[in-house]
Ligand binder design. Sequence first.
Ligand SMILES: Cc1cc2nc3c(=O)[nH]c(=O)nc-3n(C[C@H](O)[C@H](O)[C@H](O)COP(=O)(O)OP(=O)(O)OC[C@H]3O[C@@H](n4cnc5c(N)ncnc54)[C@H](O)[C@@H]3O)c2cc1C
Ligand code: FES
Length: 1267
Amino acid sequence: RTLDSWLFLFLDLCVPVGLTGTKLGCAEGGCGACTVMLSKYQPTSSPLGEWVSGPLCSLHHCAVTTVEGIGSVAGKLHPVQERMPKSHGSQCGFCTPGIVMSSMLCSGTTLHPAMAGHRGGDSKVNFGVKLVGVATVSVCKTVITNAACSSLHPADFLPLDPTQEIIFPPELMVDTLTHQHTRGVNTNTYLTPSLSVYLFHYLSVHHSLCIEMKFKNLLYPVILAPGYIPELNTIQHTDEGIVFGASCSLTLLGDVLKAAVGKLPPYQTEVFNAVLEQLRWFAGLQIRNVAAIGGNIMTASPISDLNPVFMASGCKLTLMSKGGERVVVMDEKFFPGYRKTILTPEEVLLCVLIPYTKKGQYFAAYKQSPRREDDISIVTSGMSVTFAEGSTIVKHLALSYGGMAATTVMAKNTASRLLGKQWGEELLQDACSSLAEEMTLHPSAPGGMVTYRRTLTLSLFYKFYLTVQQKLGAYIEGVRADYISATEIYHQTSPSSVQIFQAVPDGQKEEDVVGRPMMHLSALKQATGEAVYCDDIPLYENELYLCLITSTKAHATIQSIDTAEAESMPGVVTCVFAKDVPGSNMTGPIVYDETVLADATVTCVGHIIGAVVADTQAHAQRAAKAVRITYQELQPVIITIQDAITHQSFFQPVRTIQRGDLDQGFTQADHILEGEMHMGGQEHFYLETNVTVAVPKGEDGEMELFVSTQSATKTQSLVAKALGVPASRVVIRVKRMGGGFGGKESRSTTLSTMVAVAAQKPVRCMLDRDEDMLVTGGRHPFYGRYKVGFMKSGKVVALEVTYYSNAGNSMDLSLSIMERALFHMENSYSIATIRGRGYVCKTHLPSNTAFRGFGGPQGMLIAESWMSDVALSLGLPAEQVRRLNMYIQGERTPYSQILDHITLDRCWDQCLEISSFTQRRCHDVLCVFRDHRWTKRGLSVVPTKFGISFTAAFLNQAGALAHIYTDGSVLLTHGGTEMGQGLNTKMVQVASRTLGIPSSKIHITETSTNTVPNTSPTAASASSDLNGAAVHNACEILLHRLEPYKTKNPKGCWEDWVSTCQSYTVLFLIGWTPDLGYDFETNTGRPFNYFSYGVACSEVEIDCLTGSHKNIHTSIVIDVGNSLNPALDIGQVEGGFMQGVGLYTLEELKYSPEGYLFTRGPGMYKIPAFGDIPTDLTVSLLRDAPNDKAIFSSKAIGEPPLFLAASVFFAIKDAIIAARKESGLSGPFRLDSPATPERIRNACEDRFTKLCPPAEPGTFTPWAVVV
Ligand SMILES: Cc1cc2nc3c(=O)[nH]c(=O)nc-3n(C[C@H](O)[C@H](O)[C@H](O)COP(=O)(O)OP(=O)(O)OC[C@H]3O[C@@H](n4cnc5c(N)ncnc54)[C@H](O)[C@@H]3O)c2cc1C
Ligand code: FES
């Protein structure tokens, strides 16, 4: 319809032709969901096409292969599409096509050997693990049942059929490219084989420009594709080095340098190796395939990974204009300012010479980023030293840093100060004090982490110093043995994992699938892209698109709204504001304390004020940006928990749970210790963002909505309220979600009600990733203060803890979340006298909400913090103190619930055994790494006890509807929603066993409010328990009805009975958990139906100089009762654990002091990547642990495993303790969550941190605040 968004392959190629497999997860090259193969003939290099992917404009003369092009369920699956689901590697499936295509990208057309017969990809990707970087999918899985050890064998899969090889389209091999000019609405695009044409226009595009056009709303009138210009793509080997045309891709750069390193003497290739090292951690393969060396230089990013290398090595750049060529050395003058180069507007970068190194010259490059894989740098550097011949006297030194200023900079003063000095300790000291002076940053510097960044400049130099010293071993005394590890280059080891579960009992019928590792029912469709998600629903005729208008102020009154410009823009149909809401503008999941659309006042950045409705997404989005709003800012602006405490800004009530006389408890204690901890929030990062399609039915106010939500009923009631119609007129339909994690329990309703209000015709809105992150809120940040009384043995006798959560601008589910934090304040420990109090802080942030664990992970992390403090202050092993305090059978929780059938001790003992805990402690941690000064190993074992039930008692119910058709097929519907957790698969298993028919006869199509009404949200880990009970009830009653027909025809089969049954087939029944409910006033009642238990042991390794860490090992033993489906349950354990790893070690939401969220996409917000999975991971489901309180003796699984990732956090803390010992520090210290490289490095105090002290708080305004 328009060429406006021509740059986006996804929007402009896939959507119009109905190819739904390619998904848009982020639109910034950071998630991989949009990966496709692009085949392009390059006559100048290889005769075969290269595999590239991602959003590209230069599709001319290319073949594009999407996931639909490699296989289908009805036709034939490609082996990658078959292996991933059969190995249980697909859960919500939204990203599965992206992973399939990424795997193809890595392996070419043939299968990666590691995938043949083993599990490819990873089930956790849908639970927070990133897709890009799936470079070597070599996850080897061993599955152990109680019968034997069995692996997935190649024979389990179809053999590779040669006809499935994707051939390079021969028609592309005709070199017919001529000048192409595409005229767009706002942009003219040129593909040209001629550099002279290029010189007249000067602008290029790959993905960077796409991103700028999207996120910065920039328009470029002229765009050229330099990838087609031969002069910009040549490679020459000269006497000085290798010359790369500016448009050579980074992949090509890497390939050529690797070949040179293989051929040339090592002394010549020091710079080449440094470039290769930087490329190893540079973006994902998809990006490296399309990003060009010249693009990276010319972007002039202050955190470019290559520019410091090019600068320190003195690369030469050839610039060209109509007037001719000139050659410049890339030195400190090349970048005169932020995002500026010395090129004149008439010039282009023609090529880059990367020089050989000479004898006596040493070179290294370093990159430090929040996450190891595919992340942008915090600080990056290139370092070169040349010694006077036959000596270690410095003749030339170049130190270049990125991330320390608005441009890549060189430490000129330090370099000149060290000239003529001997490479030794004295030089090191001089270098460090000089760098500390020269590489300064203002405490308010953009990007924050000021102390850390300054320390890194010293730490990285120290690594360089040691590396060179090591290489100089022949000349001077080598590196001290205990310092060697600081010079090691990080290499990733292929991960392996083991899953252990109990086989079904001997004699269980073959067709009884309960307890068997049955594949997720939608997995094959997910791998081929055929699974239908909300936004895959075909466009309705005259369908419109909606884009939100949101507040840019945290607390203000709206003075005026001017829509004149927006309304005059092409395609715009209407703008919608609070006055247009036909029913009630007040909304909220429990209390109606929010507006559908802001009315007069805004209370957070991202507050939804209105929307633009237009014919296309591009038109709606562009017009929304043209709406002008003026504000009158209000005070106070409360952003952080500390602000809320200062202003006493709390939602009511303040909750307390108390048992025993606290004063008496503390009097008994041998020691009393006080401490505090902050734990950051978390973005849900479901791969499918919030989406709603609203279709008015044209009579009686009826409306049908297709929504990605965990709460069909809540959506129905809030939409009806906003429309001013009875709930019976509104139908909500949910087929499946691309992940939810709690984020679509209540916050999804803000979008659905908005879209419904605007829907005079069918209206659709799927939020872009940045919008979703901005408006929907996430996990609550928590701050805890504690006072703990304990005996010399480590036994805790008294605890007083106060929690503060950052709820944001509305109540949402925050009170229940605080209650669950309090219910988990003692984690798994028995404490005689205890008081927990919880304050829910009201701030000017978007409302925070449910997130897997629902306050439990916050409450328990703070518990483990005081437990770790107790052990540290007594000098006892933490595991000893934890074990001593652990609950035993029959004890009571602080809220007086008796713990029967407790399996904590069994989980603990088995976990220690399978993790070889004692050997690890003695060998790795105490022996080997004690002798490493700059790398330390840490080990920790952490238990969890998680209460299962909605704490709001009335929610503990579910419904099911079963139809048996006369052909014997069964259509099942229940109240839960499928978001990847495999609920539908488990419900089919339950129905199959109950009805005694094969699971293939049972089908679930969707969840809808007109089939099963008044349902609870799919949340609290309780959906299998509740819906399973309802399905079981429904099926049993149907069986009862069939009984007479069975009796009449005992030799008949299922089809015979159902075809003759007259009173058949429809039934609705409720599943329900009785006797639940707790009263905070009297501390009486029973909040939970039962508890899930688990224990994890993790080992990590930290780099004390950079703060990076590696997850070496994790063993998990978890009690899931008699598992309904061990494959799905293990998937939940692994996924939940990895999401917890993100929460506790990686993911950081960064807000400005004014409440503006900086982290709005995968570029800045890092969730775990494949490389963050522990190299060695074992998950064992506790055997012989039936649970008499849930369906078929199973237990809930969704939330309990998440907290087990705290074992990684405390293993990191254990390693830091060892590092601090080297500096003579002992005793408790504060480590907030997440344990990011910044926090780890700052806690490992040493001579370098001392040279970079933090600025005095209160003397500056920080770039970002801890909320
Ligand atoms: C997901 C993602 C991850 C990333 N990760 C990293 C990372 O880890 N490390 C890192 O350093 N960077 C990273 N980047 C940035 C990336 O390196 C740059 O975006 C990329 O190198 C730009 O190359 P390009 O060919 O796409 O440039 P383009 O987008 O084509 O161009 C960038 C700019 O350079 C100009 N230009 C291009 N070629 C020439 C020429 N020959 N002469 C004059 N001007 C020219 C263009 O006009 C434009 O202004 C990442 C980017 C993304 C999207
Ligand atoms: S949508 Fe393309 S990488 Fe995320």
